[in-house]
Design a protein around this ligand. Structure first.
Ligand code: CA
Length: 362
């Protein structure tokens, strides 16, 4: 912004005491904001960085709706900061926004897990019910308040896949000693069963799996996984998605920067994020159904759910990990809200969505 423009705006703001609110509104509507948004995912990553409902699409929608008053420059992982430094960068105000998943920040605040995905948790519909109407977003902002940040859901992958394994998993014992890429609470669950857990950014998964640095990896779902080439490094693709029954993308915003936005730009960001939340999930349904068919039919992938006994053991360990997580009072508050909502949603879903899929659709 030029010095002359800055002087005009500060004079316009001062003039409000004389001219009243319309002059202030006029000055505000002329103000342009140039923001930076980083991502935990590399440039060109489908769903996260490219395509309908991605970070790039979100910035475009905001720019169009605001008629260029809020311009957000989007940076993939490694372009401005490393993949997992978005939390610190937004907190420090180095960038105004970061696009990633809250569960990458569990080392900063354990409750963050619940705003991405809880093992054996809710699906896309239930998660949205909790976030938008069940107090989830308010709790998210309560958790981030001490860090001077606010957050919004801005994408969802739907149910993810359990992941890629070089060897077949027949029993719980087959997990022991396995080196696996898996973030979040699910990593702790696997660790309880003897898995050596690794957290790697998306771009490092394929080389690690191919070279045998890891024996197994979860990423997202058929489309994104195929793009990384994971089917060339491991043939067993376990489905189920017990660890991420729907995975929320997070728009993390510096609170001081947010507070400087006029109400209409805040509304534009909020509504563009909600649009991307739905649009990105819709894209996943199309992209994944096509990619899964290709992986099975053309690429020799063996896709199946984990054996029931393994799923049961994972559930037992999940309950232990969650019991441990809620020793922290703030995590307990979020946990109780999430699971109270889930209990109601499960009962309703059983006679609505689930019943449709299992009993009516055929
Ligand atoms: Ca994942």
């Amino acid at each position: 912004m030029s010095l002359i423009r800055r002087q005009f705006l500060s004079r316009a703001a001062l003039a409000t005491s004389v001219l009243g609110a319309p002059a202030l509104a006029q000055a505000q509507s002329a103000t342009k904001f140039n923001w930076k948004m980083t991502s935990a995912y590399g440039k060109g990553s489908p769903f996260y960085m490219d395509g309908p409902g991605s970070a790039t699409d979100l910035a475009k929608r905001i720019r169009e709706m605001s008629d260029g008053r809020l311009n957000i420059q989007v940076f993939g992982a490694g372009e401005l900061i490393p993949a997992f430094e978005g939390f610190d960068a937004v907190r420090a105000g180095t960038v105004e926004m970061n696009h990633a998943n809250a569960y990458f920040w569990t080392g900063k605040t354990a409750a963050a897990q619940y705003f991405t995905a809880v093992p054996f948790g809710m699906n896309f519909q239930g998660m949205n019910g909790w976030l938008y109407d069940g107090g989830g977003i308010d709790l998210w902002n309560e958790v981030y308040a001490p860090f001077g940040m606010v957050a919004l859901p801005c994408g969802n992958t739907g149910v993810q896949m359990t992941g890629w394994f070089k060897k077949e998993i027949k029993t719980v014992a087959d997990l022991k000693g396995l080196k696996m890429r898996i973030p979040g609470l699910a990593g702790k669950v696997y660790a309880n069963l003897g898995v050596d857990v690794k957290v790697l950014p998306g771009g490092e998964i394929f080389p690690a799996l191919e070279r045998g640095v890891i024996d197994a990896a979860e990423f997202v779902g058929p489309f994104q996984d195929r793009r990384l080439g994971l089917q060339k490094a491991a043939k067993y693709y376990y489905t189920t998605g017990w660890h991420e029954s729907s995975t929320v993308s997070e728009l993390l915003i510096n609170k001081a920067a947010w507070d400087k936005l006029p109400a209409d730009l805040k509304a534009i960001v909020t509504n563009a994020s909600a649009a991307c939340n739905v649009i990105s999930e819709g894209w996943c349904q199309k992209a994944n159904s096509e990619a899964m068919e290709d992986l099975i039919k053309n690429q020799g992938v063996i896709a199946r759910p984990l054996p029931d006994d393994v799923v049961k053991a994972l559930k037992v360990e999940t309950d232990k990990v969650l019991a441990d997580a809620i020793k922290d009072p703030l995590t307990k508050k979020v946990h109780d809200s999430y699971f109270a909502f889930k209990a109601k949603y499960d009962r309703w879903s059983e006679i609505s969505e689930e019943a449709y899929h299992l009993k009516v659709r055929g």
